[in-house]
Design a protein around this ligand. Structure first.
Ligand code: NAD
Length: 284
């Protein structure tokens, strides 16, 4: 299949690599051409703008940092909407706001462009290994058409419901991951200061009721190595927690603890760690 892929950063690049490996013909675009060098070497074509990337009756993927980037790539001058034609399928793999996704879905529908939200989980290692969880919202028949393609990037591709449902699942998941990260940092600091070796403490918790992937998969690759090269940038983690607390306000859900997690991420940003991996938040 001919696929257009916009945003070949930490996540987009390995996902695009796996789509090429699965036999798809890719055209790629990013603000930074160097972010696509390996893909061009693998035979992908380069497009100078989202409009050029989206031209023709194709499937377009985006993997972009924050909601306003997605809005810009879709709606701005030389955006996807200018290039895509009636019947195109546009799949947003970014962690986006369900409200923004729903608005873009309506806007694109005016031009006959079908939107699915399909945020992913599993980090850069999962993206490279094609073992991501992919949470899809939108028209179910379109999901069924696109699922074989999504199977090239993930091993848990799930239809979540109408447009925005994937984004909601992803935001709830990341709130758990970031909240767990904050609480783990406190628990591990407590245990070590009170006299237990970190490796023993981490092993015991990992094999007990307090265990989590944050402890067994993320921390060993980043925090425990003193490795704060993203991975998953603190600025993006802060964005995701804020998407959750904003959604809580929109729906009138009391989220006292989540707002503490939000503020812990604000503090990490204030300390200048936005570009570092999100495990940097544990340093507080
Ligand atoms: P990233 O910053 O590494 O990559 C984003 C890419 O988009 C960059 O290469 C950037 O140059 C490009 N870009 C930004 N604005 C653009 C524009 N207007 N036009 C074209 N290209 C543009 O970010 P990432 O870590 O790959 O994350 C991408 C999305 O995936 C985010 O929404 C993030 O929350 C989500 N996500 C990240 C991870 C992770 O572990 N990194 C895991 C799951 C989900």
């Amino acid at each position: 299949m001919k696929i257009r892929f916009i945003g070949t950063g930490n996540m987009g690049n390995p996902m695009a690599v796996n789509l090429v490996k699965a036999g798809h013909q890719l055209t790629v675009h990013d603000l930074r051409r160097e972010a696509a060098t390996n893909l061009l070497e693998m035979g992908a074509e380069w497009a100078d703008s989202p409009k050029a990337a989206a031209a023709g009756n194709e499937v377009v993927f985006t993997s972009l940092p924050v909601p306003r980037d997605v809005e810009a790539v879709v709606q701005a001058e030389n955006g996807i909407l200018e290039g895509a034609v009636n019947g195109s399928i546009y799949v947003d793999l970014s962690t986006n706001s369900p409200t923004v996704v729903r608005r873009l879905h309506e806007l694109c529908a005016e031009k006959g462009v079908i939107v699915l939200d399909a945020p992913v989980s599993g980090g850069v290692y999962g993206a490279a290994a094609a073992t991501l969880a992919v949470m899809v919202g939108g028209d179910e028949a379109v999901f069924n058409r696109i699922k074989p393609t999504l199977d090239a990037i993930g091993t848990h591709v799930v239809y979540c419901g109408p447009i925005g449902s994937g984004a909601i699942c992803k935001i709830c998941n990341n709130l758990m991951s970031m909240g767990t990260g904050v609480l783990l940092a406190e628990a591990l600091t407590l245990g070590v200061r009170a006299g237990v070796d970190l490796a023993i403490l981490a092993d015991v918790i990992a094999n007990s009721s307090g265990g989590s992937r944050r402890l067994t998969e993320k921390f060993p690759r980043f925090l425990f190595q003193g490795n704060f090269e993203p991975g998953f940038a603190t600025a993006l983690a802060a964005k995701d927690v804020r998407l959750a607390t904003d959604l809580g306000r929109e729906y009138g859900i009391p989220m006292e603890l989540s707002n503490l997690v939000d503020q812990r991420h604000v503090e990490a940003m204030f300390r200048g760690w936005g570009h570092e991996d999100s495990d940097a938040v544990a340093r507080i």
